[in-house]
Design a protein around this ligand. Structure first.
Ligand SMILES: Cc1cc2nc3c(=O)[nH]c(=O)nc-3n(C[C@H](O)[C@H](O)[C@H](O)COP(=O)(O)OP(=O)(O)OC[C@H]3O[C@@H](n4cnc5c(N)ncnc54)[C@H](O)[C@@H]3O)c2cc1C
Ligand code: SF4
Ligand code: SF4
Length: 420
């Protein structure tokens, strides 16, 4: 295979998350992560891609490689739960400022931590995302230097969002910063640290949301069709926030339509329109981060009645000493309200879909390999140990189901071409 074919294999076999890192690694003159013929943001080769660069992409791309927390960050008294990974403290919490709590996706913990990091001068800026200026259903990288900037990025973006697109120029600033993103984005950045020592020098904190997967563009298109709005008419689009989860809000020059979060995602997990890579994700729980923040709905989804008045509370996992200290300092300095300590069992009640996936992925990877496909390489994520806890027939079901999915093309994407 040529280097170009090797890069495209990641996309064609359904493993690209659209993080943007390969554009930064290869350079924009060789690879551009852009909206493609499938509606997803994917890498398109635009120049001569050599073998060394594609090898570096394979070593850093979170689509094909996912590692748990670096061993140097797992300090002596860190607890390790087989499902929930390394943790030092787990709490239910929310942003103390009621407007941050309200605007945030869940309880505003990530935005409150971002603001606290800036105000306490622990970092010069936060790299996270906000709604794209060209396509309001997508997200784009966003550097925040103030509370107002942070709040511009508040809320979950479920559409394609590449936070690592410009990571080299962010590092070129030479300033200490925090990175807030999805678990796979943080995995990509941690892997990139092996190739650029500035990552470990400058990235002072990593915070991720617990992530069940982003919405395929077809999910958003289907939703817009149901509410009678054309994608081309949109002037702004908010997936959630301003309540927990808050309304999904689509605006055009003529009208504003609000719907429930469940009208976007569907009433149960079987209806979630996720990209294939998210269905085989070995780490949607942010094992690589100082802090991971989640929803706390029992069973993983809101219900239509309670969500009218739910003020929002995050499940928060501090995995490193830096994360644990940040959590307690943000509480002491009045940015976070911690209701109570919780345990991995509570997290499994809030996130049963994460627990199920963590148990299933190892067998799914055996299916991918048997079908002749790439399977993500993982380290320190305990997925083989978890599969070993299951009866053989359950692993067989996951393995053969994956082979079947590959055969019928559910994991396949076409060779990416820039959308016209
Ligand atoms: C794709 C996706 C899937 C999710 N799946 C789950 C799940 O399975 N279980 C669960 O408990 N919670 C899930 N969430 C997380 C949940 O929606 C909240 O984001 C989380 O609880 C943090 O809430 P908050 O109020 O602290 O966030 P806020 O204070 O609103 O801050 C959110 C932060 O996340 C950043 N961000 C938003 N969207 C993206 C994105 N697409 N890529 C990178 N960074 C982004 C923003 O820039 C902002 O800094 C998901 C979120 C996303 C984006
Ligand atoms: S996951 Fe990221 S690094 Fe890997 S191919 Fe996709 S955009 Fe590139
Ligand atoms: S489910 Fe995994 S691969 Fe998909 S967006 Fe979330 S962290 Fe990334």
């Amino acid at each position: 295979m040529t280097p170009e074919q090797q890069l495209y294999a990641i996309v064609e076999q359904g493993l690209c998350t659209g993080c943007g890192l390969c554009q930064a690694v290869a350079g924009k003159d060789k690879v551009q992560v852009v909206k493609t013929n499938t509606g997803f943001e994917r890498p398109v080769v635009v120049g001569d891609l050599d073998q060394q660069t594609v090898d570096q992409i394979y070593d850093t791309c979170p689509g094909v490689r996912a590692d748990g927390l670096p061993e140097t960050l797992v300090e002596g008294d860190t607890k390790i739960d087989n499902v929930w990974g390394p943790w030092r403290r787990m709490v239910r919490a929310w942003a103390t400022d009621p407007s941050v709590r309200h605007q945030g996706s869940t309880g505003g913990v990530m935005s409150a931590l971002g603001t606290y990091l800036l105000k306490s001068k622990k970092v010069d800026f936060v790299l996270h995302v906000k709604a794209s200026s060209t396509n309001p259903t997508f997200g784009e990288p966003h550097l925040s230097f103030s509370e107002a900037d942070i709040m511009e990025g508040a809320g979950s973006r479920y559409g394609p969002t590449p936070p690592l697109l410009d990571i080299k120029s962010v590092l070129d600033r030479g300033q200490p910063f925090a990175f807030f993103a999805k678990p796979c984005d943080v995995t990509g950045l941690r892997s990139y640290a092996r190739h650029d020592p500035r990552v470990d020098e400058l990235v002072k904190y990593t915070v991720a949301m617990v992530c069940g997967g982003y919405g395929a563009p077809s999910t958003t298109e289907g939703f817009l069709e149901r509410i009678g709005i054309q994608m081309s008419e949109l002037t702004s689009f908010r997936y959630r926030g301003f309540g927990c989860p808050g309304p999904t809000k689509a605006e055009t020059a003529e009208k504003t339509v609000e719907a429930h979060y469940l009208d976007y995602w569907g009433d149960d997990e079987s209806m979630w329109g996720l990209p294939f890579r998210c269905k085989v994700c070995p780490d949607g729980i942010g094992e690589n981060c100082d802090i991971a923040a989640s929803d706390t709905w029992i069973g993983g989804s809101p219900n239509r009645i309670d969500s009218e008045t739910d003020p929002g509370a995050n499940g928060v996992i501090a995995r490193t000493k830096a994360g644990e200290d940040l959590l307690s300092e943000a509480e002491t300095d009045g940015y976070l309200t911690i209701e109570r300590d919780i345990t991995p069992d509570d997290m499994s009640i809030y996130q049963p879909h994460q627990m199920r996936k963590k148990y299933a992925v190892w067998a799914r990877y055996q299916g991918l390999k048997e079908a002749g496909n790439l399977a993500p390489t993982t380290n320190r994520l305990r997925i083989e140990e978890l599969a070993a806890e299951l009866p053989d027939h359950v692993n067989d079901y996951q393995r053969t189901g994956t082979i079947e999915r590959v055969k019928i093309g559910k994991s396949t994407e076409p060779t990416p071409q820039k959308a016209s």
